[in-house]
Write a protein that binds this ligand. Structure first.
Ligand code: ZN
Length: 500
């Protein structure tokens, strides 16, 4: 179904002006929202779908993903946070039940604090017939069953495979896991994202040729919109191909367009390499840029000259400052990726320059504790989302999957309530309202309106329900029920059906 009339939807107000009160109808034709209004006439031959008063928002975007890595890791059984052998086995049973007869690769257990240690026998009891490989959370050992040990030619044993033997086997994990990044695996990843209301992603995967996505789409992974970024090593090739940001990569594949040139201008928090104005509190220096100021400007100017936007990874405040100066000097258009630590004046400058903040609020949940150790004197300037909204910086939320899960509701809820546990929110003065966080997740569309692409999401609950405290609001947002997702007029998730 690509053309349809949607009846009785509540438009979630994400724009500036007063929206519709009460449910309205929507005519979707040729991949666009043609008309919004009450009691619209149904054109002949067009199906009708009843929204039954559900809430309608523009489709959600993830502005920063590494889709190949996410696809490879998200197909594995998630063992993160398991607290015992039994808990790990119960997750394994879950996978065996949904994919019977299939080999299992899992990731993320950390058994140091478990009451009993993992054994081969425990896995054999649950999975005697298929190979099972569980990669530990620090990747330093493998917990394998007898089938998997035999498949790798490893000696039988009672315990896990230790580091010395494990590295050799880990390199051959594809022999068990199969191609974890096949087009079929991408379809699963993209369909999972669609079930969360995602209609598009910016894919900043490193080291993939320009033809990878067109091939993947031709082989069936044409579920969502993809904007494909490139790195400096592919810049000249991209220019030679005449591709500008926003162009379709291949004629006829309208879901796939050229994204930005990505430049990783500094390091990261956890490796103490993010480039800062002041030294880290643990004596590990101030971080450093990955290139000279001249190199950064040369790349940005070259991209700009050929119609490519830029996405500048900048985490430390010195990196953000220099990248903004580079935007000012080169006239480049684009974003700061992460913008994790900024000074107040630089946020204001960012708004004035029209540089977009491509931010990943879920990272604050993970980085909170280490920040208090190495940047205790500047924690109030980390993830400065409130300053950005107050200054009218254009903001786009994302996940940096696989760093955090490709789940916009996780990002939205972290922006609304800055805590992942029972602790008080971390610098709640930087929190956003549900409306602000959601508006930063819809690719700048605002409220659903006539003329926009028919990228739409129907929700079973009101996402702007602000009853209760922010912790409660975040909990509701985190588990927001998505009834249907529409990409370019095509229903890619949900079982709402039309009547002819
Ligand atoms: Zn990234």
């Amino acid at each position: 179904m690509s053309d349809f009339l949607l009846r009785r939807a509540h438009l979630v107000e994400l724009g500036a002006g007063p929206g519709w009160t009460g449910p309205v109808d929507l005519l979707v034709e040729g991949g666009l929202v043609r008309e919004v209004g009450r009691d619209l006439e149904r054109p002949a031959g067009i199906e009708e779908v009843d929204a039954e008063g559900r809430w309608l928002i523009p489709g959600l975007w993830d502005a920063h993903t590494h889709l190949k890595m996410w696809t490879a890791t998200s197909g594995r059984v998630d063992m993160v946070g398991t607290r015992s052998v039994d808990e790990a086995l119960s997750r394994l049973r879950g996978r065996l039940a949904t994919s019977p007869g299939q080999p299992v690769v899992g990731y993320g257990h950390r058994p140091i604090t478990w009451p009993t240690q993992p054994t081969v026998a425990a896995l054999d009891e649950v999975a005697p017939d298929v190979p099972v490989v569980l990669v530990s959370g620090d990747a330093h050992h493998g917990w394998l069953n007898s089938r998997a040990l035999a498949a790798f030619g490893l000696a039988t044993r009672e315990d896990v495979v230790p580091e010395s033997e494990w590295y050799g086997a880990y390199r051959r994990i594809f022999e068990i896991a199969g191609d974890e990044t096949s087009p079929e695996a991408y379809v699963r990843t993209l369909t999972d994202a669609a079930a969360k209301g995602v209609v598009g992603v910016v894919d900043l995967e490193y080291g993939e040729g320009l033809d990878a996505w067109p091939e993947r789409l031709a082989r069936g992974a044409d579920v969502l919109r993809v904007r494909r970024g490139v790195y400096a090593d592919a810049l000249e090739h991209t220019i030679a191909a005449g591709l500008r940001t926003g162009d379709p990569l291949v004629e006829g594949q309208h879901l796939l367009t050229m994204g930005p040139l990505k430049i990783i201008s500094d390091g990261s928090l956890n490796t103490r390499t993010a480039w800062c104005e002041q030294p880290y509190a643990d004596g590990s220096g101030s971080g450093a840029p990955n290139q000279t100021p001249d190199e950064l400007r040369a790349l940005m100017a070259r991209a700009t000259e050929h119609g490519l936007h830029t996405a500048i990874h900048a985490i430390g405040d010195a990196a953000c400052h220099d990248a903004l100066s580079a935007y000012a000097e080169t006239g480049a258009r684009g974003s700061l990726e992460h913008a994790q630590l900024m000074t107040r004046p630089d946020v204001t400058r960012m708004a004035a320059l029209g540089v977009r903040a491509s931010v990943q609020p879920a990272h604050l949940l993970d980085d909170r504790d280490v920040t208090e150790i190495i940047w205790p004197d500047r924690a109030d300037r980390c993830f400065p989302l409130r300053w950005m909204v107050d200054d009218d910086v254009t903001m786009a939320l994302g996940s940096d999957a696989p760093v955090s899960a490709l789940d916009p509701w996780l990002a939205i809820s972290a922006a609304v309530h800055r805590s992942a546990d029972d602790r008080e929110a971390w610098h709640p003065e930087q929190e956003l309202t549900p409306r602000e966080a959601l508006a930063a997740s819809v690719d700048g569309q605002g409220s659903v309106h006539a003329g926009m692409p028919a990228d739409l999401v129907l929700l079973d609950a009101d996402p702007l329900d602000t009853s209760g405290d922010t912790a409660e609001q975040a909990r509701r947002l985190r588990s927001m029920p998505v009834a249907a997702t529409v990409v370019a007029g095509r229903i890619v998730h949900g079982d709402i059906v039309g009547s002819p």
